[in-house]
Design a protein. Sequence first.
Length: 94
Amino acid sequence: MAQFRIPGPLRRLSNGEITVEVGGSDLGSAIDALDARYPGFKDRLLDERGELRQFVNVYLNDEDVRLGSGLSAKVADGDEISIIPAVAGGARAT
């Protein structure tokens, strides 16, 4: 089983769980398993085309999946999947 690390803003979906173990042979099926256990994750992570949302970064064992195989990245037992919401905004320095 792989382990998702859930960021603070999404923990309400996981009933406060910081980490969630799921099965799946690739990242897409692991997201499906996470969403089956805790509905709402898929809508937060994937857009209407089924691709990772622009402002959500996902790392598989510290590797940005966008730079590799994306949702088809292979997931093995013991792998760690981190969801990192992008941070933007703020005020311009004066």
